[in-house]
Ligand binder design. Structure first.
Ligand SMILES: Nc1ncnc2c1ncn2[C@@H]1O[C@H](COP(=O)(O)OP(=O)(O)OP(=O)(O)O)[C@@H](O)[C@H]1O
Ligand SMILES: [Mg+2]
Length: 246
């Protein structure tokens, strides 16, 4: 179980402080699929990085399976079974896809067959990619899918995916959605997926709308989707018909 208790995060801005996350408390039970969604700049990535230990909260505590992990670093959290896929994944010159999957899995002799299984789950063919370097020669969508495959290889208890759909073509997206559904069905991990995609939102046990550094709504997908739509309508004069579209 993951528990966030009164998490706040602020940065210095000029003489003052800029509040990015404001007193967020949240509990996520094991094997749930929770989607964080909400407007750009709302604080979703910051919250995910705080869970992974990439950003240290200004206030509040984080508990994982009852253990206070607030002061633990990324490596220690990874050892406790938490993994995070970046919104914009880093590239690793000199490291092949096979190396990356091997490192992630912790199995020094990871077979080609196993690599192939992980890559297939994100819609990639192992033969084309295993010996490629994870460098700038890979497209944005390829590097994103390879990173997701490395999270699958890590088989963590808590997997956090930051906009896994970003830059991914429709066919691979369908494959990826099936993968998320399958992980969820087998109950092999708790998943937090940051997403703006209705298809992913509809998979969630719970949807949490993060806006302006706070939790704006939370509930079942069927209940939250109409609210999101209503918020969206409120924000755009064309959609609210105050301005007639041409
Ligand atoms: N270190 C920082 N210094 C200043 N501002 C920051 C810092 N980190 C985050 N922010 C700001 O905090 C806000 C939340 O950022 P965050 O990346 O968490 O948003 P997000 O919800 O993931 O947005 P998106 O949907 O665009 O990915 C943004 O306005 C961002 O510019
Ligand atoms: Mg983000």
């Amino acid at each position: 179980m993951l528990e966030l208790k009164h998490i706040s995060y602020s940065v210095r801005e000029g003489d003052g402080e800029l509040g990015i996350l404001k007193d967020i408390s949240l509990t996520i039970d094991d094997h749930r699929l929770v989607v964080f969604t909400g407007p750009n700049g709302g604080g979703k990535t910051t919250l995910a990085k705080i869970i992974m230990g990439l950003v240290q909260p200004t206030e509040g505590r984080i508990f994982w399976n009852g253990q206070d992990i607030t002061d633990l670093g990324i490596t220690q959290r990874a050892r406790l079974g938490i993994s995070y896929g970046f919104q914009q994944p880093p590239r690793f010159k000199g490291l092949t896809v096979r190396d990356l999957l091997t490192l992630a899995s912790g199995d020094e002799k990871l077979s080609k067959d196993k690599c192939c299984q992980y890559l297939t789950r994100v819609g990639l063919c192992a033969n084309d990619y295993l010996d490629r370097e994870v460098d700038v020669s890979l497209s944005g969508g390829e590097v994103k899918r390879i990173e997701i495959a490395s999270i699958l290889a890590r088989s963590s208890d808590l997997m956090i995916f930051d906009e896994p759909e970003a830059g991914i073509d429709l066919w691979s997206f369908a494959r990826l959605t099936e993968t998320f559904e399958q992980i969820h069905r087998t109950g092999s991990a708790t998943m937090i997926i940051i997403s703006h995609q209705e298809r992913i939102i509809s998979l969630a046990d719970e949807v949490i709308v993060v806006g302006d550094g706070s939790i704006r709504h939370r509930g079942a997908a069927a209940e939250i989707l109409p609210q999101i739509l209503q918020d969206t309508l409120g924000a755009c004069p064309v959609l609210t018909k105050e301005v007639q579209a041409q």
